[in-house]
Design a protein around this ligand. Structure first.
Ligand code: ATP
Length: 310
């Protein structure tokens, strides 16, 4: 028995490592467009978060093509442990900020610091392990629902998987599928909606429980009611934990108006920042976007309530 257990343990650890590398691949794919030329320094150290994950961009310039700058001399601070939203017109560089933080790309000039460590000086593994992402479009593996959530933490007991799914408002839905948590999803499995995928991604994130959380339009595929319920839950989850820095890239301002700090970008630079109330008082770009969306929202509500649509 003893002789047998050794190779089995060994296989177990190989299996775990394989799974872990799949996990990292998945996070990579989440942010897409991975640049293989990103290299780690030979003397790179593991990222540590003694201050709880303060993120700083210092005079960052970046473009996917040299002649087309996207981020222009961008400086901003995302305080540790706070919920911060990055908003602004389409194409202004919001998602690009997350890609640079994940080191899918490096800035052409300037520095990005996490708790005072330049992200080019830390190991890629420690950086990416500290970050959890809920992307716009969640890739699913051709496997069971349970495993798709468990990619967040391969050793989690089933109960924790279900608890995460409950917090992400997807548990009841999963139970209604033909084989519950053993239902196969992905390209060769049950076709599920964009909103369901997003909630599976949130479950995964809750299970992974990283210190830095990035949401890239993470609730865009949900209807307004489900989105509000899920956001309320994400807020509860964040409030229940200390020292979770979260960054929300958002179009719909209603989902982020309660953020501790809202950073407004335009053409790759910060044009204003503050709380929702401060920004409305400013009467700048944020307040224009807010007014436009509120008006649009009322029209939507009227359309939904109209008997013609009932
Ligand atoms: P949206 O709100 O529409 O998602 P965004 O503010 O998040 O936009 P980004 O995704 O950061 O904007 O993109 C900023 C600009 O960079 C856009 O003009 C986009 O077309 C361009 N861009 C994004 N990814 C790439 C890429 N891999 N190669 C070339 N250009 C890109």
């Amino acid at each position: 028995v003893f002789q047998l257990s050794v190779p089995l343990n060994f296989l177990g650890s190989v299996y775990r490592e394989l799974r872990q590398s799949l996990l990292d691949m998945e996070t990579l794919f989440n942010l897409q467009k991975v640049n293989v030329s990103i290299k780690e320094k030979p003397d790179a150290k593991a990222l540590v978060l003694p201050r709880g994950g303060e993120i700083k961009f210092e005079n960052v310039n970046f473009g996917y093509y040299e002649d087309r700058p996207i981020l222009r001399n961008l400086s901003l601070t995302i305080p540790a442990g706070k919920k911060v939203a990055v908003v602004g017109p389409s194409g202004c560089g919001k998602s690009t900020i997350l890609r640079l933080l994940f080191r899918s790309y490096d800035a052409q000039s300037g520095r990005i610091l996490i708790d005072d460590q330049d992200i080019r000086d830390v190991t890629l593994e420690s950086l990416r392990k500290s970050i959890g992402v809920v992307p716009q479009d969640t890739p699913l593996f051709n496997d069971t629902v349970e495993l798709n959530i468990r990619y967040g933490d391969l050793d989690a007991p089933a109960e924790k998987v279900y608890a995460a799914a409950r917090q992400a408002h997807i548990h009841d839905k999963v139970e209604s599928w033909p084989h519950g948590y053993q239902t196969k999803v992905g390209e060769r499995g049950l076709m599920i909606s964009g909103g369901e995928k997003q909630r599976l991604a949130v479950s995964r994130l809750i299970l992974k429980d990283p210190p830095l959380l990035f949401f890239d339009e993470a609730t865009s595929a949900l209807d307004t009611h489900t989105e509000q319920a899920l956001m309320a839950n994400i807020n509860d989850i964040l409030r229940g934990k200390d020292k979770r820095t979260s960054v929300f890239v958002a179009h719909r301002l209603r989902t982020i108006y309660d953020a501790d700090l809202i950073i407004v970008l335009k053409e790759g630079s910060v044009v204003e920042q503050g709380t929702h109330r401060e920004l409305l008082e400013n009467g700048g770009l944020y307040s224009q976007l807010w007014t436009a969306q509120e008006r649009w929202g009322e029209d939507q509500q009227e359309a939904e309530d109209s008997p013609a649509n009932g």
